[in-house]
Ligand binder design. Structure first.
Ligand SMILES: [Zn+2]
Length: 590
């Protein structure tokens, strides 16, 4: 070493340091069993063996989906303490959704572990032992909430985020940026710092589920004692109970209540996926279990999906069914908290396959004649998303959908196509996005009757406002974003929106899965419901504009509707000639 120049020496020492810190992670479970206690006895992973791999993971990026009662809070507090105790000069931040929860966790989960450990008690620095901050030797732990007080700005080595799905996502991003100066550096993956994210899941593709989807997706498989078949035991697929022949994913709490009244739920069993013989408690023990990654080629993140069957001493098919009775109709809560599975239903999502299930109309192509009295919605952007429909009884019929792409400096393509479609479909009401091409939309508006074209802006307020309101002064439509989307989703999920088959049918279906309704707690502590984008959602918004246009026509059908379209020429002279040729088709034909 002495022959190397100081720079190389410095580099080598940093590398050695980083390797030591990473390998320290791999020994945390052993260290915890040696140095900590639980209720006066040596702490042990017996009965909680599934936690060992999670605690000892050396990967810089680990995400864990968990049901609510599998002892992981006990495990995460020890993981944090063990890690900073083994590895000197490190800084850990432990986050929970709110400051209050973080401080309570510190008192109820962290303090008892320190008190019960001779070693931790000996290294805790006097005076530093508050609920929000602990100094253990040369290392530090900060407890933080994601709502409430601002996160302290300090470089961090390990960030443990608990209950990610209930935390403020922006604050979690900020917290992660604190890892960018950590000395713990994974050369192979080029990732700095250690991330551990835990949560009960909520919606598919959201929060911890989205993180897990992008990971290598580890599940703790079981090997059947009878036939040696390996599978992932899932309550929804592998549990049977006498007296019920249906799908366990469909069973209602009333049916479970009936089984309980008849004394049958005690006979519920987990069956092997291969030979259908019972998988008993002893078959769920560590000898027959292994965490297996579904996507081992994914290297940047390790995901663990914990199920109640990972804790067979506490959870059995019967006890899980009893939980269902507690949750009653709250299927989402049962799946999230008891099974550790994400769940979407009609209250927070558009049901999967809704477009396909309601495709029963003949399409109206733009060049087909005879279309009249239609309504139109448009989500505006570099690519704009147009939908055309008409109200029929209490239904909305969607007869056409298309994308309008505009090239660089070719905003007129949008303008021209919209004018043409307005004419072709004899559109009586058109609601479009006011942004980002406001000028183009205003130009379109000026060519039609007052109120025929409405530029829509969303408001995000939670206050008791109307779903949507037309401002007569400038013919803008102010729509409450959450409420208006609620109305559309309800209409979709109750099969009141019918579709024609058009080229973009399946794309529309996928865009309708692009937003999920979530409840969030604001900094002020109030709960707000919001539709959050989870993947492309353009047709979702286009349909929302269409639905609002349709509602306006439906409610004022008798007074406002008049056949045909009056075109107001707004621009005169040479420019008008250029922009409004006698035969618009010539311009727009592709
Ligand atoms: Zn079997």
């Amino acid at each position: 070493m002495s022959e190397l120049n100081p720079l190389a020496n410095e580099y080598l020492s940093r590398l050695k340091d980083s390797v030591e810190r990473t390998s320290a992670l791999g020994r945390v479970s052993y260290w915890l069993e040696k140095n900590t206690t639980l209720a006066g006895k040596k702490f042990s992973f017996d009965g909680h063996e599934f936690q060992r791999d999670i605690v000892d993971a050396t990967h810089p990026n680990v995400v864990v989906i968990k049901p609510s009662q599998v002892g992981l809070s006990e495990c995460t507090s020890r993981l944090m303490l063990g890690f900073v105790a083994i590895s000197p000069d490190t800084v850990g931040i432990y986050t929970l959704p709110t400051v209050h929860e973080a401080l309570r966790f510190s008192k109820s989960r962290i303090d008892p572990v320190i008190r019960g450990s001779k070693y931790l008690s000996s290294i805790i620095v006097g005076g530093s032992d508050s609920s929000s901050f602990k100094q253990l030797g040369t290392s530090q732990i900060f407890m933080a909430g994601t709502f409430g007080k601002a996160l302290i700005s300090i470089p961090t080595d390990i960030l443990l985020c608990d209950e990610v799905d209930f935390s403020n996502p922006e604050v979690l991003v900020t917290a992660e940026s604190r890892l960018s100066h950590s000395r713990i550096f994974n050369e192979e993956l080029e990732i700095r710092g250690i991330r551990r994210k835990f949560s009960t899941p909520t919606l598919p593709q959201m929060g911890v589920s989205a993180l897990f989807d992008k990971s290598d997706q580890r599940r703790r498989l079981v090997k059947c004692k009878h036939c040696a078949h390996w599978f992932w035991p899932n309550f929804l697929h592998h549990v049977v109970v006498p007296g019920y022949d249906g799908d366990m994913a469909e069973i209602t709490y009333l049916e479970v209540q009936d089984l309980a009244d008849r004394g049958l739920i005690e006979q519920a069993q987990l069956l092997c996926e291969g030979c259908h013989k019972p998988i008993t408690k002893s078959n769920l023990r560590p000898d027959y279990r292994e965490w297996v990654a579904e996507f081992p080629h994914i290297k940047h993140s390790q995901g663990y999906s914990v199920t109640p069957f990972d804790l067979p001493d506490y959870h059995t098919p019967t006890s899980i069914l009893r939980k269902k009775l507690e949750f009653k109709e709250e299927e989402g809560h049962f799946r999230n908290f008891t099974l550790g599975l994400p769940f979407a239903d009609a209250s927070n999502s558009v049901l999967a396959g809704i477009v396909k299930a309601n495709t029963e109309l003949a399409p109206s192509y733009p060049d087909s004649s005879g279309a009249y009295g239609l309504v139109m919605g448009l989500d505006v952007g570099k690519t704009s998303w147009l939908v055309v429909g008409r109200p029929v009884g209490d239904c909305l019929h969607v007869v056409w959908a298309e994308q309008i792409k505009i090239g660089i400096n070719r905003e007129d393509e949008l303008y021209e196509t919209i004018l043409l479609r307005m004419k072709q479909f004899s559109v009586i009401k058109f609601v479009c996005d006011a942004m980002p091409y406001t000028d183009t939309m205003l130009r379109i508006q000026s060519r039609f009757s007052p109120g025929q074209v409405l530029l829509c802006t969303y408001t995000l307020t939670n206050r008791r406002t109307a779903i949507s309101q037309v401002r007569e002064s400038d013919f803008t439509l102010e729509a409450n974003r959450t409420k208006s989307i609620d109305v559309l989703v309800k209409r979709l999920n109750t099969n009141k929106v019918k579709f024609a088959r058009f080229p973009d049918s399946s794309l529309m279906e996928s865009h309708l899965q692009g937003m999920k309704r979530v409840d969030r707690v604001t900094d002020k502590g109030e709960v707000v419901s919001e539709w959050l984008k989870t993947s492309p959602d353009h047709y979702f918004h286009a349909l929302n504009y269409l639905n609002m246009a349709s509602k306006l026509v439906e409610s004022s059908w008798a007074t406002e509707w008049s056949p045909g379209v009056k075109i107001t020429q707004a621009i005169v002279g040479e420019r008008a000639e250029k922009e409004s040729p006698a035969d618009p088709l010539r311009l727009f034909s592709k």
